[in-house]
Design a protein around this ligand. Sequence first.
Ligand code: MG
Length: 326
Amino acid sequence: MAHVDLRRVRLPLVRPVRTALGAYDERDVLLARVVGAGGEEGWGECSAEAAPGYWHEFTDACEQVVRRFVLPRLEGADVGPGDVPRLDGWPMASAAVEWAVLDALCRRAGVSVASWLGGIRRTVEATLTVGVGEPVEPGPYRNVKVKVGPGSTVEPVHGVRLSADGNGSLTLADVERLAGLDHVEQPLPADDVVGHVEARRHVRVALDESIGSAGDVRTAAAIGACDIVVLKPGRVGGPLGCLAVHDAAVAAGLEVKVGGMWDTGIGRAAALAVASLPGCTIPPDLAASDRYFAADIVTTPARLSADGTLDIPTGPGLGITVTNVG
Ligand code: MG
């Protein structure tokens, strides 16, 4: 590995996105850039948001952590993804670097990240995420996820597979009102894993914020707390963490859904590669880039096909070309 550095980019969102935890109008994103010994460039995105809320890590803190504790241990060394230091409590920070290292490694080898991971899909069905209180209209997306809060109800829409995401803000009474949906993501707080056993009596449950590792998956499976594991490529420590969580879910008989939300074209390409894995049988929480950004930072942002699918990138590495990041 010849060189690793960090970039910080602010990308305006096409429309503010509202969740149970607040509204956002731009994405303040930390990027890791690796230039390998052969000159190949690799990129990774840090999933952290500008402020803690959804998750305890935030962009400023992740930048400090990577600069002080990750980069000094990589510079000049010939490293693979497994050599990127893992810091307890900072999976999003180190994930950015681990993705960049893997991107560079795969570019050098001329293979896609999807095939390196063991992916088997060429396309995936996309999912549109709709903010709290926004209407769901029939459109090209066959899967729609509605952000919900306490007291929310979700009306069925013809031809659309509907799910909801409580981001840990719901009660069991709220879950009961959502019983007709395909599944509900993280209805109860992240630390209330046991409470989700009860929630499953009403609807299929997907655990998101409760899942940070393969161990969390095994615990949830052992007590019957979920049907689906939400796999966030940035939150489980990068590509190797993704494989560990995916494999643990498959071994436990759970389905996997790749999650994403504010990803630029870099994070989206990584998430699409993960979504090509065999256990990822629930359509990923990924939409076309133009749903979120007027101008992405890759030359070929993810576009929705007429049949409501997104292509898994097949080019070397993440299969993207990064532009306009200073
Ligand atoms: Mg979620």
